[in-house]
Design a protein around this ligand. Structure first.
Ligand code: ADP
Length: 297
């Protein structure tokens, strides 16, 4: 084979190799084009989902604000007529006593008692509804707070209830947290109040408040030796007016835990309940931890 022939063969081989490379390139660009189309379609779907999520969030926020506004106005406006009912029923009671003395019949006394009980119940609901709407309104004005001080203040407010049940409350080391003082005090008060209330009669309520730090969060727990909560009710008890017991067994409005949830969520945290093996309940809430000062060297 002469040199010319060799050169021609070499050229033919190169041409074939180039053709093959060009085909491969074309195939790859087609694949890339299809992949690009898929990605664009996925991104369009994602954009749609994000837009509907934003819409849903805005609708939820506005319906929450409406609910708070409604709760505030309704509860505020109901206070005056309620004061009228209690005031006039007391006047009526006094007048009947003055006119009839012991002749006032038992049925009449019972009716007046019903009015009084009903008015008291209504007062509690109005009070809790106001607290619920306040928990979501106004500026939070977060500050660094000593959790143990908040607990002491909450216990002071609960003194009559604590004394009536001879309840024992103890706590471990409690760190500092960041938040609104009045709201966090109310959160602790509601949880301890429930921990005292939902204990079988004849049992001394024993409550333990602990806190631990985990992944930049402070997790606070309030454990009781009470009647406990069945697994299937652990979520719904944080919703408004969800009660697991009758008014006769354990009086209440069914708003306390909804207030707790609102307070914790306003602080960007979450609240849940656990049922320990030894019985009772552990209510836990997680808040952002405050950077702790470094120990002095
Ligand atoms: P209230 O106590 O006024 O009924 P809450 O919203 O505070 O309303 O609580 C909702 C329900 O959750 C209560 O009715 C009760 O059935 C249950 N619950 C709350 N705290 C406890 C607790 N510590 N132990 C057992 N059950 C509880």
């Amino acid at each position: 084979m002469d040199e010319r022939e060799l050169l021609q063969r070499e050229l033919a081989r190169e041409r074939a190799a180039r053709n093959q490379a060009e085909q491969l390139l074309e195939q790859k660009s087609l694949e890339l084009y299809h992949r690009n189309c898929d990605l664009e379609a996925q991104m369009a779907v994602r954009r749609e989902i994000e837009a509907s999520l934003r819409q849903y969030g805005a609708a939820l926020a506005s319906s929450n604000a409406e609910l708070e506004q409604f709760a505030y106005i309704a509860s505020h406006d109901l206070q005056a007529p309620l004061r009228g009912i209690t005031g006039f029923s007391q006047l009526l009671m006094r007048r009947l006593h003055a006119q009839l003395g012991d002749a006032l019949d038992a049925e009449c006394r019972e009716y007046l008692q019903f009015i009084d009980d009903g008015a008291n119940k209504l007062r509690n609901v109005i009070h809790d509804l106001l607290d619920f709407s306040r928990a979501g309104r106004g500026e939070l004005e977060p500050q660094a707070l000593v959790l143990s001080e908040l607990l002491e203040q909450a216990l002071l407010e609960l003194q009559p209830v604590l004394a009536a049940r001879a309840a024992e409350v103890s706590h471990g080391e409690l760190p500092m947290v960041q938040g609104g003082a009045a709201l966090l005090r109310q959160l602790l008060r509601n949880l301890v109040d429930n921990a005292i209330k939902y204990v079988a009669r004849g049992t001394i309520p024993r409550i333990r408040v602990e806190a631990r730090q985990q992944d930049g969060l402070v997790i606070v727990s309030v454990q009781d030796n009470g009647i406990g909560i069945a697994v299937e009710h652990r979520v719904r008890i944080f919703e408004m007016f969800q009660r697991l017991h009758s008014e006769e067994e354990y009086p209440g409005t069914g708003i306390g835990l909804a207030i707790c949830k609102k307070i914790v969520e306003r602080h960007g945290g979450r609240i849940w309940v656990e049922s320990p093996a030894e019985g009772g309940s552990i209510f836990c809430f997680a808040l952002s931890a405050l950077p702790q000062p470094l120990p002095a060297v």
